[in-house]
Design a protein. Structure first.
Length: 289
């Protein structure tokens, strides 16, 4: 079963509106720890508490997006300087997820690492691209989560680690940053269609471009991993044909999950459950309710 997910804001009231829109509670909510420089150490406990409130409000499953503690930290991560931080976050996630009956602790680490502006970018502390460094840091933290979270009732990893570049090459090709097979469970990608940059019909471009969606699906199949879209969205009704094409592609490609960016803050506004973008909202509901 493909999990139909939402990226909400940190307002727990979003669940009521999004469930009313879909006609049922979404299967998955993707919630984000603060990735801005220096913010993670002082904010992660607050975010865990807010995520627990989402469970209490009826969220059946969470996806915990856990970033680097700001840019230029890959060397420090590998040196173990943040081991205590990530061990504490992992323990808190495990306690919250198990206490609320979640079958797995889904953790997306260091996403969109191929974007130069991302705090999670595969760059050294001097700003140079280093796919090897990013892989080492990802594996280092993934190992912490696997160890701290332990096993599920069936003897598998309770931690479900998601590796998630943005679709396409950009500053550094994701193909050069794939971790070892034992360090993650799901290949995911993020992508958006934006009126300022893209035209109707661009879904095919995102699908077929180098390191595009078709590449991600093939990589997951070849490695024996699940495949998903941890963030996606479209910010204008003129992308209605693309929404239909994306829904059709999801149906044919056995995604583990997809999470719509139901927000108007940040670099893109793609909210649909508040009545905006009525055409693509209706199409999303028809496809996934």
């Amino acid at each position: 079963m493909t999990l139909v997910g939402i990226c909400p804001t940190n307002d727990v009231g979003d669940i009521k509106r999004q469930s009313s829109f879909l006609g049922r509670t979404p299967d998955l909510f993707n919630l984000f720890f603060d990735q801005r420089k220096g913010m993670l150490p002082g904010s992660w406990q607050w975010q865990v508490g807010r995520n627990i409130e989402f469970y209490q409000a009826g969220a059946p499953r969470l996806l915990w997006s856990v970033p680097c503690p700001g840019p230029g930290q890959l060397e420090a991560i590998i040196q173990g300087l943040h081991d205590g931080l990530y061990s504490a976050i992992a323990a808190a996630i495990g306690t919250a997820a198990r206490r609320h009956g979640d079958s797995r602790a889904r953790v997306r680490l260091f996403w969109e690492q191929n974007f130069e502006w991302q705090e999670n970018a595969a760059r050294t502390k001097d700003g140079k691209w280093s796919p090897t460094l990013h892989v080492q840091a990802f594996e280092h933290v993934a190992a912490i989560f696997k160890r701290v979270l332990g096993k599920d009732r069936k003897g598998g990893d309770y931690a479900y680690i998601i590796w998630c570049p943005n679709v396409g090459v950009y500053g550094c090709d994701p193909a050069s940053m794939v971790p070892g097979r034992g360090f993650f469970h799901c290949v995911a990608q993020d992508f958006y269609l934006q009126r300022a940059f893209d035209g109707p019909g661009f879904f095919g471009y995102f699908r077929d471009r180098p390191s595009g969606l078709a590449w991600g699906r093939e990589l997951a199949t070849r490695l024996g991993k699940d495949y998903g879209w941890s963030e996606w969205g479209m910010d204008d009704d003129r992308f209605l044909p693309d929404l239909h094409a994306a829904a059709d592609w999801i149906g044919k490609n056995n995604l583990h999950h997809h999470c719509w960016w139901d927000r108007n803050d940040g670099p893109i506004g793609a909210a649909i459950t508040n009545g905006n973008r009525a055409k693509i909202g209706a199409a999303f509901k028809e496809a996934f309710a």
